[in-house]
Design a protein around this ligand. Structure first.
Ligand SMILES: [Zn+2]
Length: 165
């Protein structure tokens, strides 16, 4: 057995588990620089989302590919394989449950994967994140019916103007 790599793995896990993991910092800085404001690790919401954007009614989860079992990306070690498979499966089930509960509460959920924040993909990922948030905002505000009401108001004003003529 390779003791060194086991120790290294332990170190990696400790790093991944800390609150200010690097991938999350990339997302935070990226959003902040694009003018988005957020809260961190909101304890009152299911699953304690990494970032919460109230204005966009959106929770963002920055997921490590290993811990959350990113498909085609998560490489499970051969040592203790069954343990890891079971553990990661539990995490995935918890993720699904969390997002289901948040959706029921009217929250949008966005998952950003660690591998999408590699230097070569980072800018594109942050751009499409901003795009998605803006799209959510527009949809949220269109559904409430404001544009429709506004059109009706304008119609009314037009009619009033026509009647005066
Ligand atoms: Zn991945």
């Amino acid at each position: 057995m390779d003791r060194l790599s086991a120790e290294q793995r332990h170190k990696n896990m400790a790093a991944i588990h800390s609150k200010d993991t690097k991938p999350e910092m990339i997302v935070r800085k990226g959003l902040w620089s694009k003018g988005f404001r957020y809260r961190l690790n909101s304890p009152r919401l299911p699953g304690h989302p990494d970032l919460v954007l109230r204005k966009y009614r959106t929770c963002i989860f920055v997921n490590g590919c290993f811990w959350h079992g990113h498909e085609g990306c998560c490489k499970i070690p051969n040592t203790n394989r069954e343990f890891w498979v079971a553990k990661i499966k539990r995490n995935q089930e918890r993720d699904i449950e969390t997002q289901k509960r948040l959706a029921e509460m009217g929250w949008h959920c966005i998952t950003i994967w660690e591998c999408e924040l590699k230097p070569s993909k980072r800018e594109q990922t942050l751009k499409s994140l901003a795009f998605t948030l803006n799209k959510i905002w527009l949809e949220e505000h269109a559904v409430i019916g404001k544009p429709y009401l506004k059109l009706e108001e304008e119609d009314g004003m037009l009619r009033a103007a026509e009647e005066r003529e």
